[in-house]
Design a protein around this ligand. Structure first.
Ligand code: AMP
Length: 507
């Protein structure tokens, strides 16, 4: 019997382990409901070793006996201290690898002694060697070290075939890199790579923390920076708010009894809109786009030579990142394979191929169509009531739920019509209208009264659209049973075009 070779993504922030079983790629759960192991180790009060979530939890309070981001030190002849004792970066990484090995062994019920481990494309020989040593310390023979963008491309490989050039844009928690890869008959070659290994989703969190600190200063005249426990709670709340803002137009940071001022408890409750958040992180996103051009010129290629963009790393779920990439490169980035898991999946695919199996396919359920609504916006130089606003983009994995905020146009507007379309055209009337409804009885408010519209698409193609008045919670919704198969021409398009004297467009 050949033993299983596992694929491991040993990340700066998070790590994962995956295998191929019965032709399917599986990322192994590290705990019930979780497939991501934070790359943090620590020693508990009683001296026992903590790896993953527990170590991450103790980090804020006991940094002296916790270590994170060890990947940044790999290949250096240095040591890090944990509870007063010195460890090499390899030894710390080995603690993470050993935990992943144990998790894999428990899952498959056999000993695991071999692994494929991924590293960034820019890793030097010394850094690769250190990764190999970490594997050995953890009892793993590292049968191959592969580049992360290569692994990501392998996870996507079977979704597409033929020779092509891809940009792998990897924005994790603490690192960013972009690689230009050439894909040709099962061979993935990294042509150029560029990045910043101190830029990532954690920086986005810091911006949100800063936003909350400013609020505390302004409203409560307190500085929370001196209170480590309050800061740890703020960090958590900021990350949660950031993640909410990937799908929702608003998020609230709410922490009761966050701290005290002159013996009086202070509760934090502050809302941040996606627009405010995007303004805060825009400079970081711009920096990644600059790096992308550096990588492209390093590969001697122009934007026009790129066939696809593959998104890797949890922070690529940020809508601003996807939007700016699409604007910059003129194509929708691919995000079908879970960006947190795709490198581990690619490592497992490589491991299976080394073990002699046929390259398996990563299967994901995606929506074949884009769904959205319409709004009054500028379109070709004039205000137009049917500008298409896509909420769920084509090729998004399902189930999925996405929300956007819209505002009333008139003072005292008491109702809003919501139209639901399937299609890609910026003019909603060129898309297929699959439903509509009216939300009535809105509060008497000046123009700009926000409504939140949510599109939820399930695996059976059932689309639920809800619109809710933000201030009152008044809501109305419709369910479209077979949203993926509707093919009717748009009745509303006919009505509008006829009434507005553009009936000639109906031919
Ligand atoms: P990774 O290192 O690839 O695991 O990415 C981790 C980073 O992705 C962290 O900064 C997370 O907060 C961030 N992240 C995870 N999910 C989301 C999301 N839905 N929207 C934005 N950032 C996310």
């Amino acid at each position: 019997m050949t033993s299983t070779i596992v694929g491991i993504d040993l990340g700066t922030t998070n790590s994962e382990v995956a295998i191929v079983r019965a032709g399917r790629v599986e990322v192994i759960p590290v705990a019930p409901g979780a497939r991501i192991l934070p790359s943090v180790v620590g020693l508990a009060d009683d001296g026992s070793l903590l790896v993953g979530e527990t170590a991450r939890n103790q980090y804020a309070l006991h940094p002296e006996r916790s270590v994170r981001s060890i990947k940044r030190r790999m290949g250096e002849y240095t040591s890090v201290q944990m509870a007063g004792k010195d460890y090499s970066p390899q030894e710390i990484s080995a603690m993470i690898l050993r935990r992943l090995r144990e998790i894999a062994e428990a899952h498959i019920g056999e000993t695991v002694s071999k692994a494929v481990i991924t590293v960034p494309a820019y890793f030097s020989d010394a850094q690769r060697q250190a990764t190999r040593e970490a594997g050995e310390i953890a009892g793993l023979e590292v049968v191959r070290i592969i580049n992360e963008p290569t692994a990501a491309a392998l996870a996507y490989e079977n979704c597409h075939s033929g020779a092509r050039k891809a940009l792998v844009y990897d924005l994790g928690g603490g690192t960013f890199d972009v690689s230009v890869v050439n894909l040709e008959s099962d061979v993935v070659e990294v042509l150029a790579s560029h990045g910043n290994n101190h830029l990532g989703g954690d920086d986005f969190d810091q911006k949100v923390v800063g936003f909350a600190l400013d609020h505390l200063q302004k409203v409560h005249q307190v500085d929370a920076r001196q209170d480590p426990l309050a800061m740890a709670r703020l960090q958590r709340a900021a990350e949660a708010a950031k993640i909410t803002l990937s799908d929702q137009p608003y998020a609230t940071l709410s922490e009761e009894y966050l701290l005290e001022k002159d013996g009086v408890p202070i509760h934090l409750s502050v809302e941040i809109s996606r627009a405010q958040y995007e303004e805060l992180i825009e400079p970081y996103v711009a920096e990644t786009l600059d790096a992308l051009h550096v990588a492209l010129s390093g590969a001697g290629l122009a934007v026009a030579n790129i066939n696809e963009i593959l998104l890797v790393g949890g922070a690529t779920r940020t809508p601003l990142v996807q939007r700016r990439l699409e604007e910059e490169l003129g194509m929708q980035p691919r995000a079908e394979v879970d960006p947190d898991l795709c490198v581990a999946m690619g490592a497992a695919i490589q491991a299976a191929v080394i073990a002699g199996a046929q390259a398996p396919t990563v299967l994901v359920d995606v929506t074949p169509y884009t769904f959205g609504t319409s709004a009054l916006e500028y379109f070709m130089g004039e205000m137009y009531p049917y500008c298409y606003v896509p909420l769920i983009r084509k090729n998004t994995p399902i189930p999925v739920s996405r929300s956007e905020a819209f505002c009333t146009i008139f003072d005292g507007q008491s109702k809003v019509d919501i139209n639901v379309y399937q299609g890609e055209d910026p003019d909603a009337l060129n898309n297929i209208e699959i439903g509509r409804f009216t939300i009535e009885g809105l509060r008497d408010a000046p123009a700009g009264n926000p409504l939140i519209t949510t599109f939820s698409l399930d695996v059976n193609g059932i689309l639920q659209v809800t619109s809710r008045e933000k201030e009152t919670g008044l809501q109305h919704s419709i369910t479209i049973d077979n949203a993926i198969n509707v093919k009717e021409p748009s009745l509303q398009a006919r009505e509008y075009l006829t009434a507005s004297g553009h009936g000639d467009r109906l031919s």
